[in-house]
Write a protein that binds this ligand. Structure first.
Ligand code: HEM
Length: 559
């Protein structure tokens, strides 16, 4: 007879620990070794056990579940042990054991709020996953996202749902620092002064459609329009980014998104927003094509637009500038590269700016004094927009509008559209990286939540949770501002991978706020519950928004 039953259990336990250590060291990226390990390793102990139980089936039923339970126990004990590289950082026990907890906490789209609570309870550095810490200390930012920062973290592996092809890399999902720096040069050229001024024509065309749509809605209501302005803004910026990216006429404004393009984008990002927390799960989801259907449809549609753009006459859009700078890309990867980057630009550039605009409108309508002050400033700077249909305003003045810019900063501070997913990790093969006095071992990662940092009373006081644009004005002492740490204000991130569209985004925000509030009297729709808005904001890679119901009336000026 082969060994005693106790021997097979001892063998099972040893195999479980060895399996855990092997996975920990090698982190297999393909499924073959995983299948082999989870099915093959318990075979020997099962064989031995089969000599001590009534039938081999019983042996399988006992040994395999015991093996899996022992692997899980081994992982759990290690993650909670003092030998784990992140052992010294506090955090909830369940988060230290499994990242699935974060997936659970992300389901309702309120991860930033959860991280904030954790930081209030545990301090500046919190362990939010078995191998991840969240950092809320502004002095550590330079070592994470600043000039001495780290490459993008593993969450980017989990965001890529459709199977990768040679050209499907884009600026935002490129983790390797030197590869990213090369691509970034192309993008920096596409957002330099000359291209930005070339994009203006595209901008004005889309602003005109947006204003026309609003006018139509007001006219239909006899001068008053009651509408979901969040939807109008989402559609407008989606149209604009499609036009900017590759001259696509998405036409979602006129057609009220008949093809569901904008809606598909939100849908498409739901799964990646969860899988990015557990990158190993992305290949599993890829095995169910229906889960990435929305993204595939959108990419296919974008590829068609890109094809017709490539064969049309040249116009100076983002496609043009990206296409003019593809020297380092292998020729057969150029087209997929252009599609991937253009799609990414639409996702990165439309929802972010739309979210800030909607939040700014919401906060202004909730704070009538702040709104009155903005209208007065617009009247001072743009008297020509009175009673007019001007859409082409003098943008040189925008930077000098102190209150407008304070409103924008305050909105970006309170509701940053990328609130919880700036993640970095030491480069592969580096062994680790110093983050100030902390050593971050390779295999662990660091997340920076802009939502947490922007509401930290050490950096923004008084009333860090309150909309108070006054904090951004120059005269801090007269305004009783006790803390305003601009180095903790990072809505566009920092360093080499900061937002390349920052200047365009700020321009869009300034422009639309000036136009909207000079042209319209806007208030919350009477029947609508304002409390819905903040509750309805969900962090799902894009900031998903509910309705923002307003009443709009064309403004009439005396005289
Ligand atoms: C208010 C609006 C916007 C905000 C708050 C915002 C915020 C951000 C943030 C925080 C990042 C860095 C993510 C990270 O470090 O992991 C980022 C990256 C990026 N953003 Fe924006 N963004 C905005 C608008 C735009 C626009 C209009 C575009 C135009 C295409 C754009 C394109 C990009 C791109 C391409 C990246 C990747 C940069 C890189 O990896 O080098 N964004 N954005």
């Amino acid at each position: 007879m082969l060994g005693a039953p106790a021997d097979s259990f001892l063998l099972l336990a040893t195999a479980a620990i060895a399996t855990h250590l092997w996975f920990k060291t090698h982190e297999p990226a393909s499924f073959a070794p995983i299948y082999l390990a989870v099915l093959g390793i318990p075979a020997l102990p099962t064989f031995i056990l089969s000599h001590h139980v009534a039938s081999p089936v019983y042996a399988v039923l006992i040994a395999y579940p015991s093996f899996y339970a022992l692997v899980l126990l081994s992982i759990t004990l290690y993650r909670l042990s003092p030998f784990h590289p992140l052992a010294r950082y506090p955090g909830p026990t369940i988060a230290k054991v499994s990242k699935l907890w974060t997936v659970w906490m992300s389901l309702d789209g309120k991860l930033p709020q959860y991280y904030k609570k954790l930081h209030e309870q545990y301090g500046s550095i919190v362990r939010v996953g078995p191998n991840e810490i969240s950092v809320g200390d502004k002095d550590l930012l330079p070592f994470i996202i600043g000039a001495q920062g780290m490459p993008k973290g593993p969450l980017w592996e989990g965001r890529i749902t459709p199977k990768k092809n040679p050209g499907s890399f884009n600026l935002i999902n490129t983790r390797d620092l030197s590869h990213h720096a090369q691509l970034r040069k192309t993008w920096n050229r596409a957002f330099a002064d000359e291209p930005l001024s070339d994009y203006r024509e595209i901008w004005i065309r889309n602003v005109e459609v947006f204003m026309g749509e609003l006018e139509k809605q007001c006219a239909a209501g006899g001068g008053y329009g009651v509408l979901d302005v969040a939807r109008s803004i989402n559609l407008f910026l989606f149209d604009f980014m499609g036009d900017l990216a590759f001259g696509a006429d998405f036409d979602v404004q006129h057609s009220n998104d008949k093809l569901g393009l904008q809606a598909n984008m939100e849908k498409a990002l739901f799964v990646p927003a969860l899988t990015m927390q557990v990158p190993w799960s992305a290949p599993i989801f890829r095995a169910f094509p229906s889960l990435s259907e929305a993204m595939r449809d959108f990419v296919a549609f974008a590829a068609e637009c890109a094809k017709s753009r490539a064969s049309s006459e040249s116009r100076k859009d983002l496609f043009y500038y990206l296409m003019s700078n593809t020297e380092q890309i292998p020729p057969d990867a150029v087209f997929p590269f252009l599609v991937s980057n253009s799609v990414m630009a639409i996702v990165a550039g439309s929802d972010t700016t739309a979210s800030v605009l909607c939040n700014a409108i919401y906060y202004l309508l909730s704070n009538s004094n702040d709104l009155r002050r903005l209208i007065a400033e617009i009247e001072e700077f743009f008297p020509g927009t009175r009673n007019s249909t001007v859409t082409n305003i003098d943008t040189a003045k925008l930077a000098d509008m102190t209150w407008l810019n304070a409103v924008i900063n305050e909105t970006l501070r309170l509701q940053p559209p990328v609130p919880s997913s700036i993640q970095r990790a030491p480069a592969s093969g580096s062994g680790g990286k110093m983050m100030g006095p902390h050593f971050i071992k390779e295999g662990t990662s660091v997340v920076v939540s802009t939502y947490v940092i922007h509401r930290d009373p050490r950096y923004f006081s008084p009333n860090p949770d309150k909309f108070w644009p006054t904090r951004w004005l120059n005269d801090k002492r007269a305004n009783n501002v006790t803390a305003l740490e601009t180095t903790a204000f990072i809505p566009f991130s920092l360093g080499q991978a900061n937002c390349v569209g920052k200047r365009l985004a700020i321009f869009e925000l300034q422009y639309v706020l000036v136009l909207l509030f000079s042209r319209y009297e806007i208030s919350f729709a009477p029947e609508w519950d304002q409390g819905e808005w903040e509750m309805g904001l969900k962090d799902r890679l894009v900031l998903v928004k509910d309705r923002l119901m307003v009443e709009m009336k064309v403004r009439s000026y005396p005289g």
